[in-house]
Design a protein around this ligand. Sequence first.
Ligand SMILES: Nc1ncnc2c1ncn2[C@@H]1O[C@H](COP(=O)(O)OP(=O)(O)OP(=O)(O)O)[C@@H](O)[C@H]1O
Length: 242
Amino acid sequence: MSTLTVERLIVGYGDGAPVLAGLDLEVPDGAVVALLGANGAGKTTLLRALVGLVPAREGRVLLDGADLTAVSTEERVRHGLALVPEGRSIVVELTVAENLRLGALWVSGRKRKGPAREAAVGQMYELFEPLARRRDAAGHTLSGGERQMLALARALVGEPDVLLLDEPSLGLAPLVVAQLLGVLRDQAEATGLTVLLAEQNVTGALSVADRGVVLSLGEVVADRPAAALAADPALRHAYLGF
Ligand SMILES: Nc1ncnc2c1ncn2[C@@H]1O[C@H](COP(=O)(O)OP(=O)(O)OP(=O)(O)O)[C@@H](O)[C@H]1O
């Protein structure tokens, strides 16, 4: 539903050397882009910088042409950006239903109430059947796969335009990974959701992505259609380890 553009982005921590060294990237409206690269390449740093959790030293972050570089994280969320960080962030003391109702409370900076909010939660149960079965279970009793589904559903129910995901498949069984990535692909097709998916699971990510972007030491070293990237042995060997 929105195009995300990154222009010459430079990001670092404290006085340290830049982690992202002038990065350019475009995630077009409705596309699923896989963000790949070795540990330490800068994937998490990029996602955090996109939502304003790490400041940019230079460069710009644009959403449909609007410059978000200097605005707060809250404001970026109101503009339609959402981040699902690594580690399945849910409120473990609350039930599945309560987590989803929390996520459904705000849409584009407007409060959503009553039946509209419940309907949005109901849609998530249709997308993630295991969550429907466990709707009254407390977060801390969920399996890793159920937690990741809930973290993703909690973001989706807020109807973001651009969803940023940090390693959603980490440590999950292949079947659950396939289900999660399938939901992302379906949502992108059905609603025009734009997705930037940071993954170590290269094969899984490229199987649902339109394009793959490979980061190495904070720079984009490849940006190609997913199928072409998966089929390039030299690139796979040099940067993706398979
Ligand atoms: N809070 C921080 N303070 C200082 N340096 C950091 C911080 N977070 C990350 N870094 C450094 O930034 C570089 C990029 O890390 P980042 O986590 O963005 O990479 P990544 O591609 O997401 O790696 P992984 O796949 O292991 O999560 C690394 O050298 C890391 O040590």
